[in-house]
Design a protein around this ligand. Structure first.
Ligand code: GDP
Ligand code: MG
Length: 203
């Protein structure tokens, strides 16, 4: 039995969302910045602790706010699937304070806009571009304490450029999601698709 988890990756433009996803799935990195203009879905399969999961990773293009209603989500193509994701990765650039402010705003809106117990959806805050850490705007420990203690989110720093902690961050998020039982399609069996080339990532 294979379970499907949809993960929305959100963050300010240029923080490295696409780079993180592409490094995770294809071990590929480009120095050239190609802004993501439309929503893109990646469907890798992963194995964690002996169980297989199908991931539906949404690379969300820049959005000014988290969709506050289902109709807003369906009217704006960029937001499709964002409200009902099973988990969120909120990426910021450790050298750019504005990108952290953006993550702060989106986290607040997720909690306010998702109703009831679904507001407890797993959220992992990711500080990318760790290779540039001499230019960081805040010490790692201070951000980590704020995010974990006050926001009650997971926190990982990574470098998409050097593939450092990229697998770890997906493992961390999946671990939290599975522990909280945030799953969907409990009965979907799609082993064939999972075994296609480039779709199977073993963690
Ligand atoms: P997105 O707009 O959030 O999807 O950002 P991209 O993934 O397109 O990356 C934006 C730019 O940042 C590109 O020029 C990447 O090469 C660069 N970049 C992404 N991740 C890293 C990183 O970990 N370190 C460094 N130094 N640059 C990165
Ligand atoms: Mg992008």
């Amino acid at each position: 039995m294979v379970e499907t988890l949809s993960i929305a990756v959100i963050g300010a433009p240029g923080v490295g969302k696409t780079s993180i996803i592409r490094q995770f799935i294809y071990n590929d990195f480009s120095e050239v910045y190609t802004p993501t203009r439309t929503r893109y879905v990646y469907r890798p399969s992963v194995i964690l602790n002996g169980n297989m999961y199908e991931l539906k990773i949404l690379d969300v293009p820049p959005i000014s706010s988290f969709p506050s209603s289902s109709s807003q989500e369906w009217l704006d193509l960029r937001c499709r699937g964002v409200r009902n994701a099973n988990a969120y990765i909120l990426v910021y650039d450790i050298c750019c304070v504005e990108s952290f402010e953006y993550v702060k705003m989106i986290r607040q809106q997720i909690v306010e806009n998702r109703e009831g117990s679904s507001s407890e959806v797993p959220i992992l805050v990711v500080g990318n571009k760790r290779d540039l850490q001499r230019q960081r705007f805040m010490p790692r420990r201070a951000v980590s304490v704020l995010v974990k203690k006050t926001w009650k989110c997971g926190y990982v720093e990574c470098s998409a450029k050097f593939n450092w902690h990229v697998v770890l961050l997906f493992k961390e998020l999946l671990g939290i999601a599975v522990a909280r039982g945030m799953r969907q399609n409990h009965t979907s069996i799609r082993l064939q698709g999972a075994l296609q080339r480039n779709r199977c990532t073993i963690m």
